[in-house]
Design a protein around this ligand. Structure first.
Ligand SMILES: [Zn+2]
Length: 239
């Protein structure tokens, strides 16, 4: 892949432990805005924007070399499915993954991965995950609404101001002064979840196969999510 001039300028220094997480609020295709947020280990935003194509996403990945990529989209087919075709014989395995059923049981109302309105997003998420994993990147699935609920951050439905303030109170820094879209705020939430995962403050819902669905640990009392996170990261790195 040839790098594109604009992204090279934001390349972080390559010395460890300058760890970086990339969050993606993925949409079903380039017609819709996908939120992209890159955050350093202290919760400072290095990049925040709306993107459209897989190529732009991959350019951002190449520019930042994130230690972890956290994506809001189903990143696998339901167990027993080998395609998304409704008239294939594998369709008896249904529209929901085991992790969707667990999330629903626990009160989170996920969209089933192969609900007709979800199929294109799920297939895009799977293809992107495979490309990123092939390139050697670690990927997790996240669900911003779940993270926001666990951390006590208001969801976007309650107003973007509250979500933005909640992310700031959670320790996110470097929010631009311009209005930030809900796609970007959810991407920040994805990156924040990834950062908590790197500092081992998350739990995995479901089997974790092919990649884990992670959320902040629910047994914890969350007051300042990012405080102390850098030290936990250092322990992870020097392990
Ligand atoms: Zn099939």
């Amino acid at each position: 892949m040839t790098s594109v001039g604009a992204s090279a300028a934001s390349r972080p220094p390559r010395r460890s432990p300058a760890r970086v997480v990339l969050g993606l609020d993925l949409r079903s295709g380039p017609r819709y805005p996908t939120g992209l947020a890159v955050m350093d280990r202290d919760g400072r935003l290095l990049d925040l924007r709306v993107v459209r194509t897989d190529e732009t996403i991959l350019e951002a990945v190449e520019a930042h070399h994130p230690d972890l990529i956290a994506i809001d989209a189903p990143l696998a087919l339901p167990e027993g499915r080998h395609c998304a075709e409704p008239d294939c014989e594998c369709a008896v395995a249904g529209l929901m993954r085991e992790v969707d059923r667990i999330a629903a049981r626990e009160g989170y109302r996920p969209f089933p991965a192969l609900l007709p309105s979800m199929v294109r997003l799920t297939l895009r998420g799977i293809a992107l995950r495979e490309r990123l994993q092939t390139a050697g990147y670690a990927v997790v699935e996240v669900y911003p609404g779940m993270t926001q609920d666990v951390l006590g951050i208001p969801r976007k439905q309650a107003g973007l101001g509250g979500l933005r303030r909640g992310l700031f109170q959670a320790g996110v820094r470097g929010l631009p002064r311009r209005p930030v879209t809900h796609d970007e705020l959810d991407a920040i939430t994805c990156a924040l979840t990834g950062l908590l995962h790197l500092s081992r403050r998350t739990e995995v819902m479901g089997s974790g196969i092919p990649v884990p669905l992670v959320l902040p640990r629910r047994s914890r009392r969350w007051t300042n999510p990012l405080v102390g996170g850098a030290r936990a990261l250092d322990r992870t790195i020097s392990r």
